[in-house]
Ligand binder design. Structure first.
Ligand code: PEP
Ligand code: MG
Length: 572
């Protein structure tokens, strides 16, 4: 069976099914509705404790940026309307608690699902999460406890929510397969961070697999084999060994510089979401921070974080990087990341709406606090400020004017800061097309393919149904990338890439051939990228890049890139 490879690696192991069965919930009359309400309250309290535990574990394991999702679950469990409706139903109809929880939750989920906006999706996920927890507790059915597996297992589920990712037993979970989910989804990114091989969007996998079945999972090709015969197992054991030998061989490039065969020096940076991720960067030999997403500071708070809070967080990254560049991105909320305290009215198309730099320019007093904190952190190392979602020159100019004001204020106050470069994310097609106009006004470009793809092919990055459309191999996306690199070079402006494509082994040779000189990626991809880059030559790949860009479909480009990797003997 073929799904989508979401986190690389080959594993062979026993399946553990997570939440395959639907629980039958029957409507029953109870003798004592008051004590039924009490039973509900106890289960609700335990659920809140569970959420709290998951939240704390998540912060430690994955970082505060992702953990913020649990706040929505906790908020729902404390929502007086939600809780009141359930209790009233138990008392008015004299029925069992699990039935009332199910009815009220189903109605709310339906209501939220029919309302537009990611904010509503977060709310419906919150209701689903809390009602599942409460019902499981009321019925004393635990489901599989994936936080505490008895033996090594490949977990199979309909979908992994970020909450599930927080719970999983990192020691014994050797692989993940889900029926739904996309490669660009939150959980897939977490699986890559945790280095657990994963396949998503494996259609009907739950119909085919039973607990204890042997599975083979290839997180690169997306292949899942159910109950394979001995011969297939032997074959994949060989492949797995080869992959592991390959991973070990990457150690040889640790500590080496990233220089191509023809002597081109490349900067290999890492993407992080909080200072917690710095360990992964240093462990994986990251040469710089190519993208520090600062949203967690804002999402994890119920008010705008103060200049001091931000300064401390930025300094906590800048100082340990000891003079190596740290690219800090200004606030990129909106779209799928909402700040309650910003009180943005519901939008029909949040990804095309009031977000990122648009909010910052509308709220300069908020923006300036962040810019001041970044400037102050620059006294401790090399800081580059990165502006997200820029779609017009006026936005860039306005942002730079506010940055100048921040500099003037700090000078006035005698607060030290260093030389700070200012660059923009190129993630909106208008900016890629006009990059010749932008180039003289910026110090660097950073191409954000995650959004550039979705805006170029008009396909939501989180929607698995659109996975074939949302492709980093789409020739239109690659042509935009070429435009940006060419325009950057013509003006002497360095061009980096910090979208997920930068760490894609199949795409790296073409990106080098196009002239990209700075790549920033998930820390776990760095050593492989360095190994590839040290074994290829930019001048030899220029014509291969032309060839790839002359093709008409994403499939053709992907096949071409895969063939190129084989021809270069860079397949393990
Ligand atoms: C991007 O859009 O490519 C990017 C790096 O930013 P984010 O994934 O945070 O939108
Ligand atoms: Mg983006």
């Amino acid at each position: 069976m073929k799904g989508i490879g979401a986190s690389p690696g080959i594993v062979i192991g026993k399946a553990v099914i997570y939440w395959k069965d639907q629980i039958d919930i029957l409507r029953e009359y109870v003798e004592n509705p008051d004590s039924e309400v009490e039973r509900f309250r106890v289960a609700l309290e335990l659920s809140v404790e569970e959420i709290q535990e998951t939240y704390s574990r998540f912060i430690k394991r994955v970082g505060p940026r992702e953990a913020v999702l649990f706040q929505a679950h906790r908020t729902m469990a404390r929502d007086p309307d939600f809780v009141g409706q359930i209790e009233r139903m138990i008392l008015d109809e004299g029925i069992n608690a699990e039935w009332a929880v199910k009815q009220v939750s189903d109605d709310l989920i339906q209501l939220f699902d029919h309302m537009e906006g990611d904010h509503m999706k977060v709310r419906s996920d919150g209701v689903r999460n809390i009602s599942d927890r409460v019902i499981k507790l009321l019925l004393h059915v635990g489901g599989t406890d994936i936080s505490n597996l008895r033996e090594d297992a490949i977990i199979v589920a309909r979908r992994f929510a970020p909450a599930d990712m927080a719970q999983i037993d990192r020691e014994r979970t050797i692989g993940l397969v889900s029926e739904e989910g996309s490669r660009a989804s939150h959980s897939a990114i977490i699986a890559r961070t945790l280095e657990i091989p994963a396949v998503v969007s494996a259609a009907h996998i739950l119909d085919e697999v039973e607990n204890g079945d042997t599975l083979i999972l290839d997180g690169e090709s997306g292949m899942v084999l159910v109950r394979p015969d001995d011969e297939t197992i032997e074959k994949y054991k060989g492949l797995k060994e080869r992959y592991e030998t390959f991973k070990k061989s990457l150690e040889t490039v640790r500590g080496e510089r990233t220089r191509t065969l023809d002597g081109v020096d490349i900067i290999l940076g890492a993407n992080i979401g909080s200072p917690v991720d710095l360990d992964d960067v240093l462990r994986n030999d990251g040469e710089s921070i190519g993208l520090y997403r600062t949203e967690s500071l804002y999402l994890d708070s119920d008010h705008f974080p103060t200049e001091e809070t931000q300064f401390l967080a930025y300094r906590a990254v800048v100082e340990p990087m000891a003079g190596r560049p740290v690219t800090i991105r200004t606030l990129d909320v909106g779209g799928d990341k909402n700040l309650d305290y910003l009180a943005v009215p519901e939008e029909k198309n949040p990804f095309l709406g009031y977000r990122a730099i648009r909010i910052c320019l509308d709220r300069p007093e908020v923006f300036k606090v962040q810019l001041r904190a970044m400037l102050r952190a620059s006294a401790f190392g090399q800081v580059r400020i990165l502006l997200p979602m820029i779609s017009s020159l006026e936005e860039l100019r306005s942002a730079k004017a506010i940055l100048e004001e921040a500099r003037a204020e700090l000078r006035e106050e005698n607060l030290p800061f260093g030389d700070v470069q200012t660059g923009i994310m190129v993630e909106v097609p208008s900016t890629a097309i006009l990059s010749d106009h932008f180039a003289p006004e910026v110090d660097f470009f950073s191409i954000g393919t995650n959004d550039l793809i979705q805006y170029t092919v008009a396909a939501d990055r989180e929607n698995e149904k659109l996975a074939p459309l949302y492709s980093q191999y789409h020739p239109a996306v690659l042509r935009l990338i070429r435009t940006v690199i060419d325009n950057g070079r013509a003006s002497g402006v360095p061009v980096a890439m910090c979208g997920e494509s930068a760490g894609d082994p199949k795409l790296i040779p073409v990106l080098l051939g196009l002239g990209l000189s700075e790549f920033s990626m998930n820390p776990s991809s760095i050593l492989q990228a360095r190994w590839i880059l040290r074994n290829i030559s930019r001048k030899d790949l220029a014509s291969a890049a032309d060839e790839a860009l002359s093709l008409g479909t994403a499939r053709e480009v992907e096949d071409y890139c895969a063939g190129l990797l084989v021809a270069l003997k860079l397949v393990h």
